[in-house]
Design a protein around this ligand. Structure first.
Ligand code: NDP
Length: 394
C-alpha cells in the first residue's frame, strides 16, 4: 500500500488532497503516515480519523492538548511545533504533499526529499527561496518533485516526451486577480476584502491576495526558472482572464502546446497523486462551444510591479529569491493587518531588496539551508522596518 504524508493538510490544497485520497478509497487504498496543520485543530483531527493517520502534528504547541483530546481513542499519535513537523517528514513515505503556505514549507519539503519521498510540491515558496538546494536534494536522493501549482503542472504535462532543449519559451497565464479591471489610480485604496474576491479560483487567503498583486505570478516566474532550468528571458506572462489555459510551452518549430481545463486544483493535485498514470478526477469537463471565446492581454507593469521585481530577483539569483519571498510575506502580513495599502506591498519588497543589495551579497549562492534561513530572517527584519517607514511617510 502506498505510504503518503500531507503537510498543510487543513489548507485549501491540503484539504482537496485529502478529498481525493478519500474518494480513491481512503485508508483502504493508502497508508497515511503524517498529516500536519496550523490552527485548524478540529479539521486536522477529522482528517486524521478519516485516513487513520499514524501521526497528526499541529504548528503551535499551545494547540496540542486540544489535538490530543480530539484524537482520544484513536491510534493516531500527536505532536506540535515546527520541529515536530520537520520530524514528521523524516517518517518514510512514498509520496508527500507539500502544501504549507509560506517559507515554513521549506524544511519539510527538503526533509521529505532526503528520505526518498516523491514530493508533490504546492509550496512554491520552497523553490523560490531555495530552488537549487531543493533540486540538488532531489537529484542526490534519486527522488522526484512533481509540480502542483496549476501552471507548472500544465507545463510539466506539455513537456512530457519532449526535449527541454527544444523549448523556446514558456508562457505562464495569469487571471489578473480580483482587481484586474480596476482603474490603476484606485488600486492604492483597495481593501483586503476587495482583493480577496478572486474571479475564478477558490484558494487560500494569502495566495488570493498574491494573485491580485501578481506577487503570486512573480513567484511562479521564479519557480519556472528553478524547476525547468529555463533562462528568465524565455519566460513570459500573459493575462488570460478566463483561467482556462493553465500555461503554454512554445517549441523551436513554432508549435505551442497549451494545457486547458476547468480552474480546479483537484486536477493538478490528482495528476501528481496518480502520476505517471492518469486516473478519473471529479473536475468539470470543458464545453468549448459554450465558452466560445478565450481572451489574452499583456500585463501592465505599472499595475503589477511584482513582475518587474521578479525579473530583478532572477538577474541577481543566489539568495535574492529568499529575500524576495520573505519581504513579500511581511508586506502581505502588513496589508492584511491594515498597516499598509495594496500598492505599498511592492514598495516594501523593492525597498527591502535595495537595502539588502547594499548591505549583503544577495547574489551569493545558498550552500546550505542555514544560508537560506539567515537571509529569510534578515529580509523579514528589513521588510518590517521598511513597512514602518512607509506607514509613517504615508
Ligand atoms: P492555505 O492558507 O489554505 O493553507 C495553508 C496550510 O498551511 C494550512 O494547513 C495551514 O494550517 C498551514 N500553515 C499555515 N502556517 C503554517 C505554519 N507556520 N506552520 C505549519 N503549517 C502552517 O494555503 P493554500 O492551500 O492556498 O496554499 C498552500 C500552498 O500551495 C502555498 O504555498 C500556495 O502558494 C500553494 N498553492 C495554492 C493554490 C491554491 O489553489 N490554494 C494553488 C497553487 C499553489 P491551518 O489552516 O490549520 O492554520
Amino acid at each position: 500500500m502506498r505510504r503518503i504524508s500531507i503537510f498543510g493538510a487543513t489548507g485549501s490544497v491540503g484539504d482537496q488532497t485529502v478529498e481525493l485520497i478519500e474518494r480513491a478509497g481512503g485508508p483502504r487504498a493508502f497508508h497515511t503516515v503524517a498529516l500536519t496543520g496550523g490552527r485548524n485543530i478540529s479539521r486536522l483531527a477529522e482528517q486524521a480519523r478519516a485516513l487513520r493517520a499514524e501521526i497528526a502534528v499541529c504548528a503551535d504547541p499551545a494547540d496540542l492538548p486540544a489535538l490530543r483530546d480530539a484524537l482520544a481513542g484513536t491510534a493516531t499519535e500527536t505532536a506540535a511545533g515546527p520541529q515536530a513537523i520537520a520530524e514528521a517528514a523524516d517518517r518514510p513515505a512514498d509520496w508527500t504533499m507539500s502544501a504549507i503556505v509560506g517559507a515554513a514549507g521549506l524544511v519539510p519539503s527538503l526533509r521529505a526529499l532526503s528520505h526518498g519521498a516523491t514530493l508533490a510540491l504546492a509550496n512554491k515558496e520552497s523553490l523560490v527561496t531555495a530552488g537549487p538546494l531543493l533540486m540538488a536534494t532531489a537529484a542526490a536522493h534519486g527522488t522526484r518533485i512533481l509540480p502542483v501549482d496549476s501552471e507548472h503542472s500544465a507545463i510539466f504535462q506539455a513537456l512530457t516526451g519532449e526535449d527541454i532543449a527544444s523549448v523556446e519559451r514558456i508562457i505562464l497565464t495569469a487571471s489578473g486577480g480580483a482587481l484586474r479591471d480596476w482603474p490603476l489610480s484606485a488600486l492604492a485604496a483597495a481593501t483586503v476584502k476587495e482583493a480577496l474576491a478572486h474571479p475564478n479560483w477558490a484558494m487560500g487567503q494569502r495566495i488570493t491576495i498574491d494573485s491580485a498583486s501578481m506577487f503570486n505570478k512573480a513567484l511562479e516566474v521564479i519557480e519556472t526558472r528553478e524547476y525547468f532550468g529555463i533562462a528568465p528571458d524565455r519566460i513570459e506572462v500573459i493575462v488570460h482572464p478566463e483561467s482556462i489555459i493553465h500555461s503554454m510551452v512554445g517549441f523551436s518549430d513554432g508549435a505551442i502546446m497549451a494545457h486547458l481545463g476547468a480552474p480546479d486544483m483537484r486536477h493538478p493535485i490528482g495528476y501528481a497523486l496518480n502520476w505517471p498514470q492518469r486516473a478519473a478526477l471529479p473536475v468539470a469537463r470543458l464545453d468549448l462551444a459554450q465558452m466560445a471565446t478565450l481572451t489574452f492581454r499583456a500585463p501592465d507593469l505599472a499595475r503589477y510591479p511584482a513582475l518587474r521585481l521578479a525579473r530583478e530577483v532572477m538577474a541577481i539569483h543566489g539568495l535574492a529569491g529568499a529575500a524576495f519571498n520573505a519581504a513579500k510575506e511581511i508586506a502581505l502580513d502588513r496589508f492584511l493587518d491594515g498597516a499598509i495599502g495594496f500598492m505599498d506591498m511592492a514598495a516594501v519588497v523593492e525597498e527591502t531588496l535595495n537595502r539588502l543589495s547594499s548591505e549583503t551579497s544577495l547574489g551569493k549562492d545558498a550552500e546550505t539551508l542555514e544560508d537560506v534561513l539567515a537571509m529569510d530572517h534578515l529580509a523579514r527584519t528589513r521588510a518590517a522596518e521598511a513597512a514602518v517607514i512607509l506607514r509613517k511617510s504615508g
